[in-house]
Ligand binder design. Structure first.
Ligand SMILES: [Mg+2]
Ligand SMILES: [Zn+2]
Length: 184
């Protein structure tokens, strides 16, 4: 399935505070498109501070994995190639800033038809299977919807809900890296 990481995720820095930090995409890293989808790279508008937050995670030695529901694929509004092109742009923007996205996992399916559409845990489990060195209890997840963080919490990860626990991704990452975050 094209949404799988193409390779194993290499181990995090042994000194990193988290093995993997999972990030939701729309509404967390980039501006959510109202009643629609980011179908082309030009439509990807990053939220203030998002790039810096990802760079901070990279510098801390964490692996960064984006987990995103993109039901627009199943609805025929975009193709997996379109989604890949958006993610190529996202990775390039992060790389230019000095950070790294280590994997992007996408659920392209309709609601109720798969094991990977969040809040199902499939994307998280797939990433963990590509990172056998990682422990879920040494991972964290940041998202802007309760359905983003619920699967991580059930796996024992620390969670930060943007809009509730922190104003934005930058604030959430700051709290995670300062060790101020309790599991919620
Ligand atoms: Mg979101
Ligand atoms: Zn799915």
């Amino acid at each position: 399935m094209p949404a799988e990481p193409r390779a194993q995720i290499p181990p995090a820095d042994p000194a990193a505070p988290y093995d993997i930090v999972f990030l939701d995409r729309d509404g967390t890293i980039n501006v959510r498109v109202e009643d629609g989808y980011v179908t082309r790279p030009e439509e990807l508008v990053l939220l203030p501070g998002a790039l810096g937050a990802i760079v901070a995670l990279t510098r801390a030695g964490c692996r960064v994995v984006v987990v995103t529901n993109q039901r627009g694929v199943s609805r025929g509004l975009m193709s997996l190639a379109d989604v890949d092109a958006v993610h190529d742009r996202l990775r390039a923007r992060v790389a230019e800033a000095g950070g790294r996205i280590d994997a992007v996992l996408v659920c392209p399916h309709a609601a109720g038809t798969c094991e990977c559409r969040k809040p199902a845990p499939g994307l998280f489990l797939r990433a963990l299977s590509a990172a056998p060195w990682a422990e879920a209890t040494r991972c964290a997840v940041v998202g802007d919807m309760p359905t983003d963080v619920a699967p991580g919490r059930e796996l024992g990860m620390r969670t930060r809900l943007v809009g509730r626990d922190a104003p934005d991704l930058a604030g959430a990452v700051r709290a995670l890296l300062d060790g101020l975050c309790e599991s919620v």
